[in-house]
Design a binder for this molecule. Structure first.
Ligand code: APR
Length: 316
C-alpha cells in the first residue's frame, strides 16, 4: 500500500510547524521544499530525528529539488514573504501590499508543482490568501475542487479562542464560523455561534461579543505587533486540519477559501465559505441562509478581496 505524501512548500515558520503537526499526527510522508539551500534539509533532519521519541514512522525529506515532490497527494503552499517589520521604516506592509511580491513566488513555483503532481490538492496559505489562491488556480489549471485556501479555519479558531477565554469555558465546546476574505473585513457569524448548542448571545453581552469579533478580525495583526512577524502556530494547525480532512476523506465542514461560481451571489472569486473537504478536495460548498446584515458584511469583504485580486492583472 502506498503511503500518503504531502509536499510542504516553504520551510519557514508556517511550513516547518505544519510539517511538525503532520508528522506528529502521522498523516503522511513529508517533502519539505524551499529555495534556501540547507533549510529544508535541516528542518527535515531535525524533525525526522524526533520520530524515535514521538513514535511516528514516516519518511521526511528536505530538498531544494522540486522533482522530489512528484505524485504528492496534497501540496501545502506556505512559501512567500510574510509580514515583517521593515528595519528602516519600522512599518509593517499590509497583506495586500504583498500581493505582487508573493504572486512572483507563488506563480512559478506552483506551476512547477502542479505539473509534477497533476492529481494533487493544493492548500494555499501564503498571503494575501484569497489572491494567492487565484494565482495557483490560474497557473495550475486545476479545477476549483483542488485549489483551496486556508483562511476561515484560522480565523474561526481565533474567534473561538477569544470566546472561550471570555467565558472561561473549554474551547472544545465553542462552535462557530467565520466567512469572507482573510482580511480585516472577514465576517464572524454570532448568530451561528454557540457553546455546546447554547447561543452565544445568551451567554455574553453584545458589547463583549462585538469586541471579540473585532479582536478576531485583527487577530493576525495582534500577533504581528507582539511578535514582530506573522503568526505560525495557529496558521499551521489550521492548515493541517484541512490536510487531514483531505487525506482521510473526513468530509469535515471547514470554512475555506473556495472559488465561487454563483454561490452566495459571487462569480470567479475566492472567498471564505463553509466547504466539505474530502479526498477529492473541496467537495461541496455549503450555502448558508444569511440575513441581510450578514450578506452586506460578506459583500464588503468580497469587494475588498476583489480589489486585491484585480492587482494580479488576470482580468476576469
Ligand atoms: N521558492 C521556494 N521557497 C520560497 C520562495 C520561492 N520562490 N520564496 C520564499 N520562499 C520560502 C522562504 O525561503 C522561507 O523559508 O518561504 C519561506 C517562508 O517562510 P517565513 O519567511 O518563515 O514565512 P512564514 O511565517 O512561514 O509565512 C509564510 O504564510 O501565513 C502566511 O503570511 C504568511 O504568506 C506568509 C506565509
Amino acid at each position: 500500500m502506498r503511503r500518503n505524501k504531502v509536499t510542504v512548500v516553504g520551510s519557514g515558520a508556517v511550513g516547518s510547524t505544519a510539517a511538525h503537526w503532520i508528522a506528529s499526527k502521522e498523516l503522511a510522508d513529508v517533502v519539505l521544499v524551499d529555495q534556501v539551500q540547507g533549510l529544508p534539509q535541516g528542518v527535515a533532519l531535525d524533525l525526522a530525528s524526533s520520530g524515535p521519541v514521538e513514535g511516528f514512522d514516516l519518511n521526511i525529506l528536505g530538498t531544494n529539488d522540486y522533482e522530489a515532490t512528484a505524485d504528492s497527494d496534497v501540496i501545502l503552499f506556505t512559501a512567500g514573504v510574510p509580514r515583517r517589520k521593515d528595519p528602516v521604516t519600522g512599518k509593517f506592509p499590509s497583506r495586500d501590499e504583498l500581493v505582487k511580491v508573493n504572486q512572483d513566488v507563488v506563480g512559478p513555483v506552483s506551476e512547477k508543482l502542479a505539473k509534477l503532481s497533476p492529481n494533487s490538492v493544493f492548500i494555499v496559505v501564503t498571503n494575501p490568501l484569497d489572491a494567492m489562491c487565484h494565482v495557483v488556480k490560474e497557473v495550475s489549471g486545476f479545477p476549483r475542487e483542488r485549489v483551496i485556501g486556508q483562511a476561515g479555519a484560522l480565523d474561526t479558531a481565533r474567534y473561538k479562542t477569544f470566546i472561550a477565554m471570555e467565558l472561561g469555558v473549554s474551547v472544545e465546546d465553542v462552535h462557530g464560523i467565520v466567512l469572507g476574505g482573510h482580511g480585516d473585513e472577514m465576517v464572524p457569524l454570532p448568530r451561528h455561534t454557540s457553546v455546546s448548542g447554547i447561543p452565544v448571545r445568551e451567554l455574553m453581552a453584545e458589547d463583549k461579543l462585538q469586541a471579540i469579533i473585532e479582536r478576531a478580525r485583527k487577530g493576525g495583526g495582534e500577533v504581528v505587533s507582539l511578535l514582530g512577524r506573522s503568526a505560525y502556530y495557529a496558521p499551521a494547525s489550521a492548515s493541517v486540519a484541512m490536510v487531514e480532512s483531505v487525506l482521510k476523506d473526513k468530509k469535515r465542514v471547514i470554512a475555506s477559501a473556495v472559488y465561487l461560481q454563483g454561490e452566495y451571489g459571487y462569480n470567479d472569486l475566492f472567498i471564505g465559505v463553509p466547504a466539505v473537504l474530502g479526498a477529492k478536495g473541496m467537495e461541496k460548498v455549503i450555502v448558508m441562509d444569511l440575513n441581510a446584515e450578514e450578506k452586506a458584511m460578506l459583500d464588503i469583504s468580497a469587494k475588498a478581496v476583489r480589489g486585491v485580486v484585480d492587482v494580479l492583472g488576470y482580468g476576469k
